[in-house]
Design a protein around this ligand. Structure first.
Ligand code: G6P
Length: 369
């Protein structure tokens, strides 16, 4: 397996580093940023039904569910279609209201997660249109879906999902761009701008990966924390959830992800000078609000680690540590900010001597409920 790991110590690290390529592979042949052409034939077949749907439901589990949350924000913004994101395990058992023509997007790396599979089987029987955003070609979820798009991230071996997540975001963003443009809810200039922003992600991801040794040093600094809090707003809120999930999975540190404003309704009680608080605070339309949340944490002596955009001069005065990433439109920025948190978790796990590719009690694919 040393050869399979391509010189990396673990599959997880290899897969994190593959992301510039996997995101590129996912966009290749589909997105022409110059002309603004997006070709996703499976989804295009159902474009009319999706654009006219009363709502879209997204069902998924784990990291894929976090991709769904980002997609909720993006689809509502660009396509003005209401979106609900559901844990597949809850959705399947709660007698959900499904009408003929409702659109359900199932997101799954493996395409074999039992809860997600059963959820869409049931919804399909009730007349829903099922779109699968799947990584594993020919998998059960891909086969049962009416249409969809593969994420083309290649096999993911590390139990904690990394490259599959960013590929899911790339596909979901392209889908929203394509539909928003056809529906007319997204004007041409913004559409073209976002196409270019999306196409620039692989190159910017390359730059983010250069932070590797800085993030490793940060991980070593914070590895003995008993708990950690991850905060973000807007498109970065699901990134905060994903950062917390990754840290739990890989380093067994108790971590919570929260919308930054909501932390006042609970997690703020945990803040002491012993608590690392990771802010996903890239420059976006929420930034000022996030900065004021940061001030609230600082006033309570929490240790602030902030993922920020280059050129930001305010945040570094508040944070104990900053991770500076390239500027990107807020809609595509999660694909960059999440990479820093993947690396952070990875290095905390390694520093603690854990088996990061196979964390205890977790399975790559949960095929039983
Ligand atoms: C497991 C894996 C996670 C994954 C989740 C959903 O919990 O450990 O990494 O996000 O299942 O899997 P799926 O294959 O449906 O995306």
């Amino acid at each position: 397996t040393a050869i399979e790991k391509g010189g990396y110590d673990h599959f997880m690290l290899k897969e994190i580093f593959e992301q510039p390529t996997t995101i590129y592979d996912c966009l290749r042949g589909r997105l022409d940023a110059e002309t603004g052409n997006i070709t996703m034939s499976g989804i295009q077949k159902y474009a009319e039904q999706i654009m006219n749907a009363n709502r879209i439901m997204i069902v998924a589990c784990g990291t894929s569910w976090h991709a769904g949350l980002v997609a909720e924000y993006i689809i509502e913004e660009l396509c003005r279609i209401p979106v609900e994101v559901e844990y597949a395990s809850e959705f399947r058992y709660r007698n959900p209201i499904i009408n003929k023509g409702d659109v359900i997007i199932a997101i799954s790396q493996s395409g074999e997660t039992a809860d997600t599979l059963v959820a869409i089987e049931k919804a399909k029987e009730q007349g829903a249109i099922i779109l699968g955003i799947v990584n594993a070609v020919g998998s059960s979820i891909a086969r049962i879906s009416h249409a969809g798009a593969y994420t083309h991230a290649g096999p993911e071996i590390g139990v904690a999902s990394t490259k599959a997540f960013t590929a899911q975001l790339a596909v979901l963003t392209m889908t929203a761009l394509m539909l928003g443009q056809q529906k007319g809810t997204l004007d041409r200039d913004k559409f073209l701008l976002l196409c270019k922003e999306l196409a620039a992600i692989p190159e910017k991801a390359e730059i983010v990966l250069k932070l590797d040794s800085q993030i490793k040093a940060l991980a070593e600094k914070y590895k003995d924390a008993a708990d950690a809090l991850f905060l973000g707003r807007g498109y970065n809120f699901p990134v905060a959830l994903e950062g917390a999930l990754k840290l739990k999975e890989i380093s067994y540190i108790h971590a919570e992800g929260y919308p930054a404003a909501e932390m006042k309704h609970g997690p703020i009680a945990l803040v002491t000078d012993q608590l690392p608080v990771v802010f996903v605070a890239t420059k976006d339309s929420y930034h000022e609000k996030v900065v004021s949340n940061m001030q609230e944490i600082k006033a309570r002596k929490g240790k602030i680690i902030a993922v920020i955009t280059e050129g930001d001069t305010v945040t570094p005065t508040l944070a104990d540590d900053v991770i500076i990433i390239p500027a990107a439109h807020e809609i595509v920025a999660p694909m960059l900010s999440v990479i820093t948190l993947q690396l952070f978790s990875y290095y905390v796990g390694v520093a603690k001597g854990y088996d990061v590719d196979k964390p205890r009690n977790l399975a790559k694919s949960v095929t039983v409920e």
